[in-house]
Structures are given as structure tokens and as C-alpha cells.
Design a protein. Structure first.
Length: 215
């Protein structure tokens, strides 16, 4: 083997060893990276299919380790994806409200109720006024209700707030008389430039002529 051939063989072996070392280091760095931890609260919330607390219910904090144990309030919101509830006057703390350019309101910090985990509260018995567990019961008419285990009283589901739809006011071009309901009042070709309108008209005429010939 000549000196030139041996030089090329040595160089190739050196490059292969360096490449293998580089790949091994990259793999070690990849394996040593910390994997993101799963949020078990979100995982358990995704498995849940039934909820006993709704917006508008009266609940009480029953978690003894919570700083506001025994406090009652009305449920303002239920976040089912995170399995949390927001209760009036409970777990109040500073919340940063972002700026609103439409209302010309700057960013500000307000004291608002923050979310609690669903398991930290129980429904309040309407008879005893104390927290209670519930069970489901089907009445004779087929209605499913929540029944308090303490007193056996039915806890009615709170009424939903009326949903306000954004109703558009009718414009002056709307048809109000019954005689003109079926009249065509919109001409899409009127908004076209003259040359496009002419091409559109000729296309329609050509299509009708072809239909007559095929018949």
C-alpha cells in the first residue's frame, strides 16, 4: 500500500471515529434532558364524565387544610377541563387584568376570587345549611334530581341565566311587506366591473345555447 492510500485510510477511520463520538454525545445529552411532568390534575379532569356542582349553586369549603375552611359562597364559574370552581368571596387574591384598548382601560390589578379544586367544596344542604354529599335519584316523571344525604331534601338545579343574542337592526333595504318577499332585490353582477359583467353574461348565454343544442 502506498503512502497516499494509507493516508486516506487513516483519515477515513479518524473521521468515522469522530462522527461516532459526536453521535454518542448527542444521544447522551438527549437522554439526560428532563422530560416535562404531566399535570395529574388535568389528566384526572379529562377522565371525569359527571359533575354534581353547577354555576349558581351554594357551596362550602370542606378542605380542613384550606385557609378559608367553612366559608360559603355561590359558584360563579365551573372549569371542567381543570376540575375547578370559582366561588364568590372565597380564595380572593390579586389578579392582573390585561389592558383593553377598545374600552381604553389600562392594565390593572384587582382583588378577585380565584379557582378552587372541585374536591375542596361540597354542596350546602338547603334544609340544614351545612355541607352534604349527594346522590342521584330519578323521579316518577323521569326527572333526574340531586338529593342531599343529610336531610334527603332535593337540591334544585340553578336556573340558567338568559342568553342575550346580538340582534342586528334591520336596514332600510330590508323587505317588510309580504307582497315583495319573493322579489329578487340583489344583483351580484352590478358590483362587477363592466368587462367582467360582459364575460359573465356571454358565458351564461353560451351555456344556454349549448343546452338548447343538446336537447
Amino acid at each position: 500500500m502506498s503512502e497516499l492510500q494509507s493516508f486516506f485510510v487513516t483519515t477515513t477511520n479518524t473521521n468515522s471515529a469522530a462522527m461516532a463520538t459526536h453521535v454518542r454525545i448527542k444521544l447522551q445529552q438527549k437522554l439526560m434532558q428532563k422530560r416535562p411532568k404531566l399535570n395529574m390534575q388535568l389528566v384526572e379532569a379529562a377522565k371525569k364524565t359527571k359533575w354534581n356542582i353547577y354555576k349558581g349553586d351554594t357551596v362550602q369549603v370542606v378542605a380542613r387544610r384550606h385557609s378559608e375552611f367553612g366559608k360559603q359562597g355561590r359558584v360563579l364559574a365551573v372549569e371542567r377541563s381543570a376540575d375547578t370552581v370559582v366561588v364568590t368571596g372565597v380564595n380572593v387574591g390579586p389578579v392582573t387584568v390585561p389592558a383593553d384598548e377598545a374600552k381604553n382601560a389600562p392594565e390593572r390589578t384587582l382583588d378577585l376570587p380565584r379557582a378552587l379544586h372541585y374536591s375542596n367544596v361540597n354542596l350546602v344542604d338547603p334544609v340544614t345549611g351545612r355541607p352534604t354529599r349527594i346522590h342521584r335519584q330519578v323521579l316518577e316523571d323521569g326527572t333526574k334530581v340531586r338529593v342531599a344525604k343529610r336531610s334527603g331534601a332535593i337540591i334544585p338545579r340553578p336556573e340558567r341565566e338568559p342568553y342575550e343574542k346580538n340582534v342586528r337592526e334591520p336596514t332600510g333595504s330590508c323587505t317588510t311587506e309580504s307582497d315583495g318577499v319573493w322579489d329578487v332585490t340583489y344583483d351580484g353582477n352590478a358590483e362587477m366591473p363592466p368587462w367582467e359583467r360582459y364575460e359573465h353574461m356571454m358565458t351564461e348565454v353560451g351555456g344556454r345555447a349549448e343546452d338548447n343544442l343538446t336537447r
